[in-house]
Design a protein around this ligand. Structure first.
Ligand code: UT7
Length: 319
């Protein structure tokens, strides 16, 4: 048995923050933000809204999308660096709220690359026979940790959640082995420390490394899967900045029509950005069952990676 994605869900906070809204408190402009990042607006949590609320919604959607029951879920894995509390994590609360009462549930922290790290874990659990059905969520509320007086970070980050349901089955292709990497020597380029609890980032250095790392990991993941870029229907990378996505695609030689660009209304939602981009592309008719796609992500650590899969592939024999 191998692993395949069979359901997708997403959720965004109600509060919309436009570039004009940020101009009220920051020395910035709509023109600068759109030209340098491609972002027009972002969503931020407000009132009593929590990461667990959004994650619960996204998970229920993913289950409904796949026509599967929460009672059958073996693991709920939530990638987040902005959990509602230091402990417990988001995952146990979500598992309880959706009715996944027999599931193991835990959070993982691999910053903006966390979703693909968690997805690879889900595949490994399924391939080893330890699980049949796993919910994988990318869930972040970056508005909680941006320094609202820092124009270089406040404008690019948003909040949101995406979730996929990963199922065991006899898939012809399924989820191929991911290429996951790290380089702790560059940890000071992007961090949040315990005292301050605010994002500090050397934007240009992060930008350069993001392009290089995501392009390299993508090539390696494709080689492992026995594929070339010509076989890729859609490249779905971390949505950190439209220029990073464009530069990475250019480096790989991918044309615009095979590159997911979903940043304008959600901004950089850290580990939620890849599944939110999947949801956007599916909604817009850019992603279809059976498409061969590459996921790539990059974040603080540094940590990054890429993986190849067939989107909502039909299992020859379901588990
Ligand atoms: O999610 C994973 C990690 N994060 C990322 O991948 C983000 C990576 N970095 C970036 O996306 C970009 O580096 C930023 C969007 C953060 C910054 O864009 P940039 O094109 O690299 O700008 P820059 O840092 O080179 O700054 C150019 C100018 C500077 O002014 P001076 O020194 O030339 O006068 C900045 O102070 O733009 C200024 N600037 C702004 N101006 C208006 C920086 N932020 C803003 C702003 N509004 N919000």
């Amino acid at each position: 048995m191998n692993a395949g994605i069979c359901g997708l869900g997403s959720a965004l906070p109600a509060q919309v923050i436009t570039n004009e809204d940020l101009m009220a408190t920051l020395d910035t402009s709509d023109e600068w933000i759109v030209r340098r990042t491609g972002i027009q607006e972002r969503r931020w949590l407000s009132g009593s809204e929590t990461v667990a609320d959004l994650t619960t919604t996204a998970c229920l959607q993913a289950l409904a999308d796949a026509g599967r029951s929460a009672a059958d879920v073996d693991y709920v894995i939530v990638s987040t660096i902005t959990a509602d509390r230091i402990t417990p994590g988001v995952a146990p609360e979500v598992a309880f709220r959706i009715g996944a009462h027999s599931a193991a549930a835990y959070d993982v922290a691999a910053a903006c690359a966390g979703f693909i790290y968690a997805l690879d874990q889900a595949a490994a659990l399924i391939e080893s026979g330890r699980a049949q059905l796993v919910l994988v969520c990318g869930a972040d509320a970056m508005s909680r940790i941006v320094d609202k007086s820092d124009r270089t970070t406040t404008v690019i980050f948003g909040d949101g959640v995406g979730a996929v349901l990963v199922a065991s089955g006899d898939y012809q292709f399924g989820l191929q082995p991911f290429e996951l990497c790290s380089d702790g020597s560059l940890g000071d380029l992007l961090y949040v420390d315990n005292d301050e609890r605010l994002i500090r980032m050397q934007g240009q250095e992060i930008y350069r490394n993001a392009v290089r790392c995501m392009a390299e990991a993508t090539r390696t993941a494709l080689t492992r899967a026995g594929m070339t870029l010509d076989d890729v229907d859609l490249f779905v990378s971390h949505q950190a900045n439209a220029r990073i996505i464009e530069s990475t695609a250019r480096e790989l030689g991918l044309p615009d029509e095979r590159v997911a660009m979903a940043i304008s209304h959600t901004a950089n939602t850290s580990s939620a950005s890849v599944p939110l981009a999947l949801a956007y592309c599916e909604r817009e008719g850019l992603l279809h069952a059976g498409d061969r796609i590459v996921l790539a992500a990059f974040g603080a650590g540094l940590v990054w990676g890429a993986g190849v899969l067939t989107w909502k592939e039909e299992a020859r024999v379901a588990a």
